[in-house]
Structures are given as structure tokens and as C-alpha cells.
Design a protein around this ligand. Structure first.
Ligand SMILES: NC(=O)c1ccc[n+]([C@@H]2O[C@H](COP(=O)([O-])OP(=O)(O)OC[C@H]3O[C@@H](n4cnc5c(N)ncnc54)[C@H](OP(=O)(O)O)[C@@H]3O)[C@@H](O)[C@H]2O)c1
Length: 321
């Protein structure tokens, strides 16, 4: 078990904030790495958990050295937002280059264990999309550096969190009774709650049988993409009848090919093409991993429903009757 400091990059994100909470719940000493000094709320939230704070904006190539001083374990949950980004903060700049700089700086600071959160089946899809390849280059490079330094390297590959995919499904069913799927939406996935992934990451620090390995992690139940929409409609209750809107794969492939062609002259188009190809890959492959934790998507949808303002539910019901 580590007795040293644990530094978490991407500590304000969906997963990173849960990782800080999981580590602090075990009374481990944590430094949360933030990029933005302007968000008082994030600082208050992380400080309230008992984490120290340090500030590094990887897009500006700030040095990690001071923030990682004394780190025994360095965890990166850092990722580009992929939206409204430019060359200094896209997935090549952050998921690949910033993660590599972070991992190498952690080793120079004396860390004995680096944990990187990567994408599910990134290896299998890297030849098809630069989006996967960017993260896999980071996995390869940090892995080699850890081997050379004699440090442990753990890679976490979650399927999809109870965030982007499932929130989009819930919100779409709520706002227009519709679930959008790629192709026929029959591929399978077991999305996982970020708190379960965070607890798994904390286990990797304490448990020598988990450290130094790759782990695919998923949630306790398996759905097709269509079934996620059906579940949202079921939780919202009548009159939320569901329409499944299918995006034909050929249309996405066509847009991806056009973006690829435009990518000869534009990094933004290369980025768009890579993300579209990632979406096509994800929509046409099952993403089912060993279940970790026991937080259920139905409960997450119920919490979202129960948090809705009453007027929103009544208004929507009226619209639909
Ligand atoms: N979303 C999924 O379903 C999914 C599935 C499989 C794997 N993953 C992987 O899981 C990891 C965590 O994902 P997530 O959904 O938690 O991501 P997220 O919520 O978007 O959080 C990303 C974090 O990276 C930070 N960051 C971005 N640019 C930065 C910069 N220039 N300098 C310093 N920090 C920067 C963000 O800081 P700000 O808050 O300041 O923006 C944020 O804390 C990622 O590696 C992702 O690829 C995600």
C-alpha cells in the first residue's frame, strides 16, 4: 500500500473528481491537479474532500514538476473535451502529448506507480481512428518509460460512463421522446458509474494483484444502445413513448470520408474525421467488460428523474398528451 502522495490530473472531470473522492474516503493523501484557477466551486469541492490543490494547464505546456513534487502514485484522468478545441487542447495535444509529459514528469519526480485512464478497445481501433491512436501512443510511451524506471504502470479501460452516452439518451428521451442510435442500435455495452471506476482505481493502488496491469471495466448490466433509450422511457414513465431514430452508418461514413479529405489541409477536419470514425467504431462493436461495482443505470436514471423540477415533468407530460 502506498504511503506517499497521490497526484490526480484531470481532477475536475467526471472521473477525476470521483477518483479524488474515493482516495480521500480511504484517508489517502491526495493532490488534485486543476488547470483553471478561476473555478472557485471546483477548488472548494476538492478542498472540502481534504485534497491539496496544484494548478497546471497542459495546453499552455506548464511544467508538471512542482505539482508532482513528492508524488508516489500519479493518476491521469485527463482528456481533451473534443468540442470547441484547437491545436493546443485537442486529443493529440492532451490525450497523447500532455499525458506523456505528465507520466514522464511523475517518473522524474520519483513516482513508483503511474495509472492512466485510456479508452476501451483503444488498441483494436487505433489503426482505424487517430482518436484511439493518440491515447494508445500515450499508453505505449508511458509504459516504456515506466519499464525503464522500474515503476508499475496500470491502464484502466472503461466501457462508457454514466455520463455522456447515458445522459444524452435520458435527456433526448425527456426532451423529445427520442433515442438516436447508429445503425440498428443492436450492439451491446455495459456502461459503468464513475464512482465504481474510481473505487476500482483506488483498489489498484492498494492491491498488488491489480497494479501494473491493464483492466477493462464495465457496469453490472448489459444493454443494447436501443435498450438504454427504452430504459430511460421506462423510468420516465407514460406518456414517454420512445421513438428510435436510426442514423444510417453509410451517412456517417460519408461525412467521415469528406472530413478525412478536408483533413489534408485542416487539423480541425482531421480531428472531426477521427472522432466520427471513433463513433462509427463504437456504434458497430460491442463494448462489454468485466463488471465492476454495483451501481445500476436504472437507479442513475431514477435519480435524474427525481432531480427534475416538477414543472418540467408536468410541462412535458402536457406537451405529450
Ligand atoms: N466518457 C466516457 O464514457 C469514457 C469512456 C472510456 C474512457 N474514458 C476516458 O476516461 C478519462 C476521463 O474521462 P472523463 O469523462 O472524466 O473526462 P472529462 O470529464 O472531460 O474530464 C477531463 C479532465 O481533463 C482536464 N483537462 C482538459 N484539458 C486540460 C489541460 N489543458 N490541462 C489540464 N487538465 C486538462 C479537464 O479539466 P477542466 O475541468 O478544466 O476542463 C478535466 O478535469 C479520459 O481519459 C477518457 O478518455 C472516458
Amino acid at each position: 500500500m502506498t504511503r506517499g502522495l497521490i497526484c490526480v490530473a484531470g481532477a475536475t472531470g467526471y472521473l477525476g473528481s470521483r477518483v479524488v473522492a474515493a482516495l480521500r474516503a480511504r484517508s489517502l493523501p491526495v493532490v488534485a491537479l486543476l488547470r483553471d484557477r478561476s473555478s472557485d466551486e471546483n477548488q472548494r469541492r476538492l478542498s472540502a474532500l481534504g485534497a491539496g490543490l496544484a494548478f497546471v494547464d497542459a495546453a499552455r505546456h506548464d511544467s508538471w514538476a512542482e505539482a508532482l513534487f513528492g508524488a508516489d502514485v500519479a493518476i491521469s484522468c485527463m482528456a481533451s473535451s473534443n468540442l470547441h478545441v484547437n491545436a493546443s487542447d485537442d486529443f493529440w495535444a492532451i490525450d497523447r502529448d500532455a499525458n506523456i509529459r505528465f507520466g514522464c514528469a511523475a517518473l522524474r519526480a520519483g513516482a513508483s506507480h503511474v495509472i492512466l485512464v485510456a479508452t476501451f478497445e483503444g488498441r483494436a481501433s487505433r489503426s482505424l481512428t487517430a482518436f484511439s491512436d493518440a491515447k494508445e501512443v500515450a499508453v505505449d510511451t508511458i509504459g516504456a518509460a515506466c519499464r525503464e524506471a522500474g515503476a508499475a504502470f496500470t491502464v484502466i479501460r472503461p466501457t462508457a460512463y454514466f455520463s455522456d452516452l447515458t445522459n444524452r439518451a435520458f435527456d433526448s428521451v425527456l426532451s423529445n421522446g427520442q433515442m438516436t442510435v447508429l445503425g440498428d442500435g443492436s450492439h451491446l455495452i455495459n456502461p459503468v458509474d464513475g464512482s465504481d471506476v474510481a473505487a476500482f482505481i483506488a483498489d489498484c493502488i492498494d492491491d498488488p494483484t491489480k497494479a501494473g496491469r491493464e483492466h477493462q471495466v464495465g457496469g453490472p448490466d448489459i444493454f443494447s444502445f436501443r435498450q438504454i433509450g427504452i430504459l430511460a422511457a421506462d423510468v420516465l414513465g407514460p406518456p414517454y413513448r420512445l421513438k428510435i431514430r436510426k442514423i444510417p452508418l453509410w451517412s456517417l461514413r460519408l461525412v467521415a470520408a469528406l472530413a478525412s479529405a478536408a483533413g489534408c489541409v485542416s487539423r480541425a477536419s482531421r480531428r472531426t474525421a477521427a472522432i466520427l470514425k471513433w463513433m462509427i467504431w463504437s456504434g458497430t462493436h460491442d463494448a462489454v467488460a468485466a463488471p465492476c461495482g454495483a451501481r445500476w443505470l436504472r437507479d442513475a436514471f431514477r435519480s435524474k428523474r427525481d432531480a427534475l423540477p416538477l414543472e418540467a415533468m408536468i410541462g412535458k407530460r402536457r406537451d405529450r398528451q
